[in-house]
Write a protein that binds this ligand. Sequence first.
Ligand SMILES: CC(=O)SCCNC(=O)CCNC(=O)[C@H](O)C(C)(C)COP(=O)(O)OP(=O)(O)OC[C@H]1O[C@@H](n2cnc3c(N)ncnc32)[C@H](O)[C@@H]1OP(=O)(O)O
Length: 184
Amino acid sequence: MGRPLTIYPNYTVRKQKPVSNSFVIMTELVLPNDTNTLNNLMGGRMMHLMDIAAAISAQKHSNRIVVTASVDNVSFRDSIRLGNVVTLQAQVTRSFSSSMEVHIDVWAEDIPSGTKLKTNEAFFTFVAVDQAGRPIDVPEALPETDEEIKLYDGALRRRQLRLVLAGRMKPAEAQELKALFALD
Ligand SMILES: CC(=O)SCCNC(=O)CCNC(=O)[C@H](O)C(C)(C)COP(=O)(O)OP(=O)(O)OC[C@H]1O[C@@H](n2cnc3c(N)ncnc32)[C@H](O)[C@@H]1OP(=O)(O)O
């Protein structure tokens, strides 16, 4: 006879979801109201679009209301012009307890000339909350492709860096981050 089955009343198995379930693609046309006097897309308008695409991705992973907790570095390498089509692609890289890191890529396309350029890339962190705004656990994120695994593996290091910068983690506790700078 086998061992008797032990029942742990407070133990819940966390649901798992492939990160690809959270893939979001969003396209927008740059109109005059979105631009500065040089006819370039305003940086704040771009951040707004990135926030929306990334939030939808985090919602798809968690099936919850999500709030933006932080945004990592966003650089504006190349300007996006009036009339360009902006394409935003967002996907969850990894989830922790209630938070999810979302990676987002942005392209600008000039349809008449047939040119398409990657202009921005960023990591956003969202936290799933209940109706009272309290953080709530989300499913585990499962990476499948090589690229997804690479992003998943780097997510813990990026999390520690952003929590240290936000004053929410002591640098001494950021083990993964310290290992990166460890010299033999
Ligand atoms: C889609 C939108 O634009 S929403 C509007 C803009 N965003 C907001 O208004 C959010 C306002 N902020 C908040 O509501 C709260 O600060 C929250 C929900 C983000 C965090 O609430 P707290 O009470 O601090 O919760 P707590 O300390 O338990 O942290 C919860 C999670 O948030 C994460 N977190 C908190 N601050 C940060 C931060 N600055 N960067 C990254 N993650 C963070 C924590 O690491 C934790 O993650 P984990 O559960 O996966 O370990």
